[in-house]
Write a protein that binds this ligand. Sequence first.
Ligand code: XMP
Length: 520
Amino acid sequence: MSEEKIIVIDFGGQYNQLVARRVRECNVYCEILSYKTPLSKIMAESPKGLILTGGPSSCYEEGAATCEKALFECGIPVLGLCYGAQLMQLVLGGKVERAAMREYGHTEISVDTTSPLFSDVPGETSCFMSHFDHITALASGFKTIGHTKNCPFAAVSDDERKLYGLQFHPEVLHTPYGKTMIKNFVRDICDTRGTWEMGAFSERTIKELRDRIGDKKVLLALSGGVDSSVLAALLSKAIGRQLTCVFVDHGLLRKNEGDEVEAVFGPKGSFDLNFVRVNAKDRFLKDLSGVTDPEQKRKIIGKDFIDVFEEEAKKIGAVDFLAQGTIYPDVVESGLGGESAVIKSHHNVGGLPEHVDFKELVEPLRNLFKDEVREVGRKLSIPEKLVSRQPFPGPGLGVRIMGEVTEEKVRIVQEADFIFREEIRKAVERSGERPAWMPDQYFAALTNVRSVGVMGDERTYDHAIALRAVITSDFMTAESSEIPYEILHTVMSRIINEVRGVNRVFYDLTSKPPGTIELE
Ligand code: XMP
């Protein structure tokens, strides 16, 4: 790839993927490499600039993550962030020591606006700090370009060598001008043109796929999720009917979802490909019958999924390529980017199918972040509804029904979930903008509770639905969303009136931890 590129060198900090995303927001391609990557390999990528990230340790400690001095002598601009800034000083002869007090959170900062790093940044602004150590003496050639009350060397530079250090985190939104600082570095200091954008990516990738695949065959397990849908669209544009998509409908999808996937990718849709839908609901329900343990349910769904997919694959015969919707966070999730590549589990439930006859994997989305994948989807005219879909677990409603999964319970949860999503959509449309309570994921689940109620003059003994809606940025931690009471009330009343078999509706207030997002 002759694309101009910035390399983020990963020292294990928690915001490293965010740094890479910020660079890409400047329309410059960016990759994350572990600090253990040999310098020769980094240079072989011909980067226009390097960014050293934050990290959890102290750079002066024995065995701490480090880098070679030669890295600063390659003539390429380097920006160090937090740990990266301290390490740059230490390696070049400055001093880093434990600070008397940990600096954490919003901090007022004064910056030198004549520095190219701070062009378009006000002289007095704020930044997000998170460090125990601080720089106490500068390496020769460096000067201070920013200070805070407790931190005399909050921002430093050696303009001659184009080396810059920030002892705070410009990549997080809590640093209001952080994006501008990163842009100044990436575009001006590193002298890039900014040509990375998703339209160009799609065109190039389609051509590359065509060249690589030639007249051979590709098999893809299509789930209807964002990644596999975008992958199907890219491959369809590249090789048309040499692509076969197998869509295993396990009957645990949301209401109408199976048909929606078929409408887009099936014979009446607008993509040229072979589409095979396997309606395997009965098989899944049969195998789940009588099973109440959540882990066991997941295992059964995962195994059935792979078995069904493999059976279909056998009918198709040998293929040359198996396509996978692996995306960049799957690759770097380990915390040390590029260190340990993990292959995304097939459909996120099982693993790679063992008995499918293929020679190579195709993973064209491997370098993209989720929002970039969505953008590619839009460029390829996948309907917005599919492209902006909220996450949905591979085992589907199997992880949203407590206790045994039955056809009747699937119906109940599908209906209730449909109503909940519809009311949220209407409320968002009414408010005209994204409301503060807008959940990142929301759904109905069926609890394992049946209780006495009264409807009309009759005593009922029916199910209880739980509504779950969370606000989260990483899905690792989450808070329940403060959906306005009237909306919850409308949803409750519609579910009770419209969904047979439900006489109570609860709202789950639990955050994660201690809860999980799913309710199984
Ligand atoms: P939990 O319930 O663990 O969920 O807090 C975190 C996020 O992961 C999704 N999730 C899954 N996604 N396969 C998936 O593809 C799964 O088996 C699975 N289980 C949970 C969940 O929807 C949430 O977004």
